[in-house]
Write a protein that binds this ligand. Sequence first.
Ligand SMILES: *Cc1c(COP(=O)(O)O)cnc(C)c1O
Length: 386
Amino acid sequence: MTGIYARLGVKRRINAAGTLTRLGGSLMSDAVLDAMRDAAQGSVDIGELQSAAGRAITRATGAEAGLVTSGAAAALTLAAASCIAGFDVAKMARLPDTRGMPNEILIPRTHRNAYDHALRAAGAVLVDIGHNDRGTGAGIRGLEAWEIDAAITPATVAFAFTANPETIPALPGIADACRRRGLKLIVDAAAQLPPASNLRAFIAAGADLVVFSGGKAIGGPQASGILAGKRDLIASALLQQLDMDVDPARWAAPEIVDRARVPVPPHHGIGRAFKVGKEEIVGLIVALENFAARDDAAHAAGLRARLEAIAASLPKGRTRITGSRIPLLEIDAGDGPAAAAKLQAGDPPVHIGERDLAKGVLLVDLQTVRAADDAKLAAALARAIT
Ligand SMILES: *Cc1c(COP(=O)(O)O)cnc(C)c1O
């Protein structure tokens, strides 16, 4: 199981930090791997396969349509490209050069994060709105509807919303404001799973497009993601992702593309640079179906029981289990940064969540730890704390 990494001289690490991309993201189940292996040995029309993925995404999310991307970040770029270009093949051909075309996306200041780059990669210009009074402690007011109105210009195409448990309550109101003003609402829900019910929550709350990571809790391929939403927006995104070196006379467009509105095939679009393989598409479909059918409470209880066993091997009074959707073990380590450094320098190297490290707290997340490694992890933690 560790064979390929050993042969390549790459250390296999215990990742108790969560589904982080830089540590390889989720671990895949045999069911997902079997499907990918099957897919790898047969040829298909990728547009037809994406249509099947779309049907699976529709069933899981309640959205009109969906496609598999090479990650949630890629889905954000495609979302922006779709809102900017629509079915205009000349615009598709020009992206990310958006000079002279509507290209502005409104974003609350409090929702800015490092994945904004993915929206800008399509040529979108982000327009900050609202204050960050709660973030700075300067006051209590959040984004208000008039601030959306004041920011809208003829160049505005969309509104970008970053979902997390704190921002989600504001979503229905913002969706309503966007609908009344003709703005497309893009929701970044990359890491808002579990609960599995969130697969449907953002579409139900009025999002036009929502993105999820395939390589986080869903347990799909690390380089996979989901873009789900309105049929025409998804069709535009798909056209800008697919390989389009086709003869216009014999072009078999994917089923969600309205040929009356796209009479000629576009050229390779901006998403051609982050294409998705048949293996990732199939792996994502199977992982999504399994994730949607999973019992969140039973899954969390399983993780909690493993955390309790690890905590039992650590000094009394230094640990507590928090988090309900994804249970976490918090460990008072004394010198947090020193403990984290010691864990990373160990054999095997161990990575823990570092959010509260400055307070001396190590966070242990078992989503990406194989149960067979729990004893090794517990021993490393016991050695690292002071
Ligand atoms: C992880 C994450 C992404 C990127 O997801 P990938 O699937 O790795 O591309 C985007 N936005 C947020 C908020 C995330 O947490």
